[in-house]
Every structure is written in C-alpha cells, then in structure tokens.
Design a protein around this ligand. Structure first.
Ligand SMILES: NC(=O)c1ccc[n+]([C@@H]2O[C@H](COP(=O)([O-])OP(=O)(O)OC[C@H]3O[C@@H](n4cnc5c(N)ncnc54)[C@H](OP(=O)(O)O)[C@@H]3O)[C@@H](O)[C@H]2O)c1
Length: 374
C-alpha cells in the first residue's frame, strides 16, 4: 500500500514522498482494517505535512521510482522542526473508508463492510488499522466523501460549545469564522440558541456569513472594527472567545473589547483594577505565526489558554463520546457538512502546483484527497 510521508532532511529540505509498505495488520481483537477512500487537507495537517517549507522553491522528484517533491526549509522553520529531522512522518488527522477486516471482538465485527470515519494521524494512506471505538460508523446513505471530515471540525464545534457551557457562558465569539469550522459552529449555535459573534477578516466573508443567517458578524479589516466588536460583545454579553489567528493583536483586542463592553454596563462602579468578571480567550490555531501581544487596560480577571480537539476528546467519558458521534452521524449532511473545492489523488498532490493550491487555507477552498475509488 502507499503511504504519504513527510521527511525533513538534515541538509535543510522537506521531502514529501509515497512509501510502498505492507498493509498494517490487525493486532488486537477490537481493531479493524480500513481501506481508506477519502481524507481532507485541513489547516491542522499543515505543520506536520510541510514543516514550514518554502513551497515557492518546490521541485518534483522521484523517491524509489514513485512521485515525490522536495522544497527548501528556511532556517527558522528548520530550527522549529529540529526534533523531527530525519524521521519520516505519516500525515493526515482524519479520513474515511470501508472496513475490510476485523479482530474477533463483537464491536469490531459489527463494523465489517461498513463505511467509517476516523481521527488519529497517518490517514493519508491506502489502509489504516484503528480500534473500533475510534471509528464513527457512517449512516448507510453517507459516502466516504461525506464522512472524510466527520471528526476534526465537527467535534471541535461541539467541543467549543461544551467548553462554553461547562465554564458558564451563554454566548461566545469565534475568529476565522467563515471557515468550514466557523460555518459549522454558526449552524450549531443557531440550533442551540447560543449567540455567536463571528469575526472575519474580509468584507466578502462577512457577506457570506450574513447570507447564512449570522446575526453578529464583525470584519477585522474595517476601520471601525474595535467599536463594532465592542458593540457585538456588549449586545451578546460575551466573555469567551476562541481565536485561530493565535499570533498578533487579536487575543488582546478581544480581551480589551470585552472589558470595554463590561464597563458600559449601567450602574457599574469604577474599580481601579478593572472589572472582576472573568474573560477567557482560547487560542485554537496559529494562522498568524508571530508573538501574541496583549495591551494594558484588560483588568485583572482574564485568562488566555490553548484549546485542542484531541485533548478535549481524550478527556471525554466514552458515553459522552458516543453521544457526540451520534449527533455528528445524524447531522453529517446538514450541520456538519463539508464542501470541497477540488479533489486529487496522493500522486496528483505531489506536484508543486497542486500542493501550493491545496495548502492555501482559504475560505471555501478545501481539498479532498481521494485515496481509493469509493
Ligand atoms: N485547536 C483545534 O483543536 C482545532 C480543530 C479544528 C480546526 N482548528 C483550526 O480552525 C481553523 C479553521 O479550520 P478549517 O478547517 O475550518 O479551515 P478552512 O475551512 O480550511 O478555512 C481556512 C480559513 O482560515 C482563514 N485564514 C487563513 N489564514 C489566515 C490568517 N492569517 N488570518 C486569519 N484567517 C486566516 C481563511 O480565511 P481567508 O479566506 O481570509 O484566507 C479561511 O477562512 C484552522 O486554523 C484550524 O487549524 C483547530
């Protein structure tokens, strides 16, 4: 079988190649062997796939007679990736396919012949072994394309909502809100009656979300971004935001605007330490790879942390995981639908033009990897 591998060579080059390997073997009774059919290229796959390589200098090559690609690693990226130099990495956080063999456990046997979605790494391959409990059995009317992205963004959207509720919030804000994830969270919040402040960076994305029914959309490229953000946070009473830009000013702008919104509340007495009401930002992506800066004037009751779907998922009890999976399966073609701008095979991906196009991470521009016909 073919497996996509990402290798950073000690001489400062990224090599993406297809390794020919024996299909993995079922080693435990609860495992299944999945013939992979489809997997998305998500922003969360990019660091492991590309390692920060400069794709402008990418060139085609061949490794062991199969298509491959090399690209130079800038010195800063090389330093950041030092711990993986010389170690080929299998890539792909999620994907879907058909179960073609199983272990002896009843939960594994029940999946034989079923289409399943999975999360867990190494999905850009023709076969993948997984525990039955790691698989989401897709509804009978769903294709592998429908299920390819059934984990990362759906569970993230559900996880953000669950995190908000656990921490006592009744509304929230999201940056990078026109993304596939942002549109899922918008539909989810609408269904659950949770006000969502959607922050985008272009007027066309604001129009897109307004057309989808979003009520609180703020464009960070607008001159009046900060007052409009403060208005939206004040109107919705929002003190929780998830930020995927990560680096730069956004986290600080959100905290500052939340504090300003609180100070507008009628009857609030002046406090030299700012409001005592907690405000929380979770960084859930680093689309801006720079230092995160915070201004003064935030008060003293705030938190800034990271949020990762894999940590959220691991910490859930099995019965809650099953409930979330059942909801994703039931709403796979509505709330959690994912559309693709293009499809390509593993071989087709390994050309500089196709790769550059597939890793742009722009709104409505996701690529689906076709791993086998299905
Ligand atoms: N922490 C977690 O567990 C977790 C889980 C799932 C997803 N995520 C993150 O969620 C984000 C969205 O994922 P997705 O799959 O939904 O994305 P997607 O549909 O592939 O869209 C990518 C989005 O990123 C925006 N973008 C790219 N570079 C940007 C920048 N420098 N500043 C602001 N926006 C930028 C694009 O906007 P333009 O059209 O303006 O370029 C586009 O809306 C990603 O950052 C991803 O890593 C995190």
């Amino acid at each position: 079988m073919l497996v996509l591998q990402s290798l950073i060579r000690p001489e400062g080059q990224l090599e993406l190649s297809l390794a020919e390997m024996a299909p993995p073997r079922i080693a435990e009774p609860d495992q299944v062997l999945v013939s992979m059919e489809a997997a998305p290229l998500n922003p969360s796959d990019m660091t492991l796939l590309l390692g920060g390589a400069d794709l402008h200098g990418a060139e085609r090559t061949r490794v062991n007679g199969l298509p491959a690609m090399v690209a130079p690693m800038p010195p800063g990226a090389m330093a950041a990736q030092a711990r993986r130099v010389g170690q080929p990495q299998a890539v792909g956080n999620e994907g879907a396919g058909t179960v073609v063999a199983t272990g002896s456990a009843p939960e594994a046997r029940a999946l034989l012949g079923r289409k399943v979605a999975m999360m867990g790494g190494g999905m850009y391959a023709e076969y993948r072994v997984a525990a039955a409990s790691q698989c989401l059995a897709l509804p009978s009317n769903a294709s592998a394309t429908d299920g390819a992205a059934a984990f990362v963004n759906p569970i993230t959207a559900l996880g953000m909502l669950e995190t908000a509720r656990r921490e006592g919030h009744k509304s929230m804000a999201l940056t990078v809100a026109a993304s596939n994830l942002g549109q899922m969270l918008l539909r989810l919040c609408e269904a659950e009656d949770v006000p969502l402040v959607s922050i985008v960076r272009r007027p066309q994305q604001a129009r897109l979300l307004n057309d989808l029914g979003a009520r609180h959309v703020v464009d960070s490229s607008a001159e009046d971004f900060v007052p409009r953000l403060t208005d939206a946070l004040a109107e919705t009473g929002t003190r929780l935001a998830f930020d995927a830009t990560g680096g730069g000013e956004m986290a600080g702008q959100l905290l500052h605007a939340m504090e300003a919104a609180l100070s507008r509340q009628a009857g609030r007495a002046y406090d030299r330490y700012g409001s005592q009401i907690h405000k929380q930002i979770y960084i859930y992506g680093y689309l801006e790879r720079m230092h995160t800066t915070l201004p003064p004037g935030l008060g003293m009751a705030w938190g800034l942390g990271g949020w990762l779907v894999f940590s959220f998922w691991r910490a859930l009890p099995p019965e809650r995981r099953a409930q979330l999976q059942a909801r994703v399966a039931a709403e796979l073609k509505s709330t959690f639908a994912c559309r693709y701008a293009r499809e390509c095979t593993l071989q087709e991906l390994l050309t500089p033009e196709a790769l550059r196009q597939s890793v742009q991470m722009a709104t409505g521009d996701k690529t689906l990897l076709r791993l086998a016909p299905g």
